[in-house]
Design a protein around this ligand. Structure first.
Ligand SMILES: [Zn+2]
Length: 237
């Protein structure tokens, strides 16, 4: 069945960090975790997309339902956080610059601050670890932003993320889906990213976006001369 969506609400003053870290590591052995952050009208909203069991309902599920187990993890380790079921996220027509990216080894975590330079934006992050704990944790992102503000590829590059090739059709499907599918691009998560995954702030980060520090213009020119292209996806809008 397709992933189900939840809006992440509330705040947790006393997160159980150890419990969260253990739970999230266990969750990734069974299915990926997709977090969607959306900036509109100066507000940030966070969502979670998870696959459920074949009979998934908020009020009763299979014992091993990964969606129900994740909800239990949030209840027990992040008191104060609520997961509100939502049916869809309406694509924003102004989010016309789109790209997929994977981390380099020195990539910095991406949170809501990432979206601050644009009027409207959406950041979809999928964490995964295939089936067995010795596998590295991988992570990939899709970013869609409005036409104002800086080149999104340059902003990602400044914090260690590299634009990845992604089939145009996949890209379009992912951005137009009312329930975003998992990001199908990824790279091994380095130390800083694994630490970010284990931090409850991943779900409950600050609601006010701070501007991301960008390199000075003179540095940026050198950084993007290596072939980064303007990310406007005219053919996909
Ligand atoms: Zn279920």
């Amino acid at each position: 069945m397709p992933p189900l969506l939840w809006r992440i609400e509330g705040a947790s003053a006393t997160p159980d960090r150890d419990g969260w870290q253990q739970g999230i590591a266990l969750h990734l052995q069974f299915q990926p975790l997709t977090i969607i952050r959306i900036r509109r009208d100066g507000m940030i909203r966070r969502y979670l997309a998870l696959e459920g069991c074949p009979h998934c309902r908020p009020d009763g599920c299979d014992h091993s339902c990964p969606r129900a187990l994740f909800a239990q993890l949030v209840r027990t380790t992040l008191p104060g956080i609520m997961l509100a079921p939502v049916t869809r996220i309406v694509p924003h027509t102004s989010e016309i610059r789109r790209l997929a990216a994977r981390p380099t080894h020195h990539a910095q975590p991406l949170d809501t601050a990432m979206l601050a330079p644009w009027e409207a934006g959406r950041l979809i992050t999928t964490w995964s670890r295939l089936r067995a704990a010795p596998q590295p944790i991988t992570v990939g992102v899709l970013l869609a932003v409005s036409a104002d503000g800086p080149d999104p590829a340059r902003v990602l590059q400044a914090v260690g993320w590299r634009r990845g090739a992604l089939a145009t059709a996949l890209n379009r499907v992912a951005f137009q889906a009312e329930v975003p599918p998992p990001v199908r691009i990824g790279g091994r998560a380095g130390e800083a990213l694994v630490a970010a995954l284990g931090d409850p702030q991943l779900l409950i980060g600050p609601a006010i976006a701070e501007p991301l520090a960008l390199p000075e213009a003179s540095d940026a020119g050198a950084q993007i001369s290596a072939g980064a292209v303007v990310a406007t996806s005219l053919g996909e809008a």
